[in-house]
Ligand binder design. Sequence first.
Ligand code: COA
Length: 166
Amino acid sequence: MFSSIKKWLNERKAAKAKKNAEKQLNAFKATLYSCGDNLKLFGTPEIMGTKNLIIGNDCRLNSGVYINARSGVTIGDDVTLSCGAKIISTGYDVEHWMETGEKIHTVDTPVYIGNHCWIGANAIILPGVKITGEYVVIGAGAVVTKDITESKVIVAGVPAKIIKNI
Ligand SMILES: CC(C)(COP(=O)(O)OP(=O)(O)OC[C@H]1O[C@@H](n2cnc3c(N)ncnc32)[C@H](O)[C@@H]1OP(=O)(O)O)[C@@H](O)C(=O)NCCC(=O)NCCS
């Protein structure tokens, strides 16, 4: 008798938690420019410029992910951002700053991440970078400063370079 009540209470609790998670996910998706199906959130990502962020199908964002999409960020299908990974689409225009003393953000530096990529823990993708290759693995802690056009490669280090074909 007591065990069946306990079971019922646990099921009710689990159903409520699932409903809340779905609500949270839908609320997050509604803030974006667009988002495909089957997004999985593990923790809460921090996003700046949500209206300039496009996320494809079957993507996963882990805890501590930070995306600055002020200049636009497009993420393809089946992309995983591991814990602490950062995508940054803008920074100060240094030339303008030195000439005028005024700090303005760059706007011509959108970031593109192609399909089937895995961005390792604490990796940083800098403004303007385009990963047009597919099945690209970015190693933990890498700082990606240049475009990656090759497919099926592992890229790692600071600045990031191809270390392996896969
Ligand atoms: C990039 C990665 C996938 C490579 O794995 P791998 O194919 O097994 O590579 P290896 O361990 O054989 O390493 C190959 C070489 O690259 C170096 N290397 C591996 N990962 C590196 C990294 N993240 N940064 C710099 N160098 C790295 C290794 O030291 C090794 O160098 P060596 O040939 O001079 O000895 C893995 O190291 C990695 O970074 N995984 C990410 C893990 C992660 O973020 N998990 C997310 C949890 S939320």
